[in-house]
Design a protein around this ligand. Structure first.
Ligand code: HEC
Length: 204
């Protein structure tokens, strides 16, 4: 009876020992970046390719594919007017303005303007954004007709695409529709600014 009891205790010890040993062996893993033994392995190791990771699927041996020749990405609208003085002047004739521009709601570009332009041009379009106040960038114009007498929707688009002097190009941050929304809002600010200037000059 006593022998039997010892035996079953020993048995439990042996079983525990084996389980522990198994645990120890399977937990040893030289690759510290993985959790060792895993259930549902594909949940841990994504089968998706990472950008620029080497890949045998692509003849260029990289996971990043280049666009098929002769194609453009969805929503891309080419802009051919060159980044030159002549290009800037010809952009004023508004050839690039889309038909839907006149129906755009002026407020639809307000948020985008706040994200991309107001830190320089100011919330009100008076050219007094935070970077101007802190003198990080100088020569930022307000949009009023006194400062910029002959800008047009087309020339604003040109400046967004190519930048101008201290203003960099914003073509990669904004898609086609977003650019026109911002332009509509800039024209609204332009009206407000011009009215303020007209008021001030009639008061004096
Ligand atoms: C880093 C500061 C900065 C940001 C951001 C910026 N601008 Fe400008 N912007 C300038 C400066 C500086 C000029 C004056 C360029 C010059 O004529 O020398 C300018 C000029 C302009 C002009 C007048 C160009 C002309 O025809 O003379 C327009 C219109 C304009 N910006 C629109 C925008 C819009 C729209 C955005 C947002 C998408 C924007 N800017 C963002 C600095 C900025």
């Amino acid at each position: 009876m006593i022998m039997k009891k010892i035996n079953s205790v020993a048995k439990i010890k042996i079983i525990l020992g084996v389980v522990l040993l198994f645990g120890l062996i399977t937990s040893c893993n030289s690759d510290k970046s993985t959790p060792g033994f895993t259930y549902f392995d594909d949940m841990y190791r994504s089968p998706a390719l990472k950008a620029y990771q080497p890949s045998h699927l692509n003849p260029r041996k990289s996971s990043a594919l280049i666009p098929v020749e002769g194609t453009v990405s969805r929503g891309y609208v080419p802009y051919d007017i060159p980044n030159s003085n002549e290009g800037y002047e010809s952009s004023k004739s508004d050839i690039a303005v889309p038909i839907y521009f006149s129906d755009l709601d002026a407020q639809s570009g307000k948020e985008l303007y706040g994200q991309f332009c107001s830190h320089c041009h100011g919330d009100k379009g008076d050219g007094n954004g935070i970077l101007m106040q802190r003198e990080k960038i100088l020569g930022i114009p307000g949009y009023g007709k006194d400062r910029l007498p002959d800008i047009t929707p087309g020339s604003i688009y040109h400046v967004i695409m190519h930048g101008k002097n201290n203003m960099g190009s914003h073509s990669s941050q904004l898609n086609y529709d977003e650019r026109w929304k911002i332009i509509k809002y800039v024209l609204k600010l332009r009206e407000d600014q011009s009215a303020i200037v007209a008021d001030a000059s009639s008061a004096t």
